[in-house]
Design a protein around this ligand. Structure first.
Ligand SMILES: [Zn+2]
Length: 95
């Protein structure tokens, strides 16, 4: 288990806001890797960060329909973050 993130502005430990959010990595051809992680937020300034990643991606492009369906479901729940935006209207940047 790793240390909780510390806010660089406030110097306090961030609190977990949601366990089990997804981060999508993109490749030149499109969506590539999907990672599970946690969303933390600073209790003072409310800055957010996604951290606590699993050791390996939970799904890959090669997983086909499961990969796509997991991305869509996470996006619909507001739990999808992308390291590079690919659909600006539907994927929000990491806070
Ligand atoms: Zn802060």
């Amino acid at each position: 288990m790793s240390h909780r993130p510390v806010c660089g502005q406030c110097g306090v430990e961030m609190q977990m806001e949601k366990s089990g959010v997804y981060v999508l990595d993109m490749a030149d051809f499109g969506p590539y890797l999907l990672w599970l992680a946690d969303l933390f937020r600073c209790p003072k300034c409310k800055a957010g960060v996604v951290a606590g990643f699993a050791d390996r991606p939970c799904f890959r492009h090669e997983d086909g329909q499961t990969f796509t369906e997991t991305i869509d479901a996470a996006r619909n729940r507001g739990e999808l973050f992308a390291s590079r935006l690919y659909i600006e209207e539907t994927v929000k940047e990491a806070p």
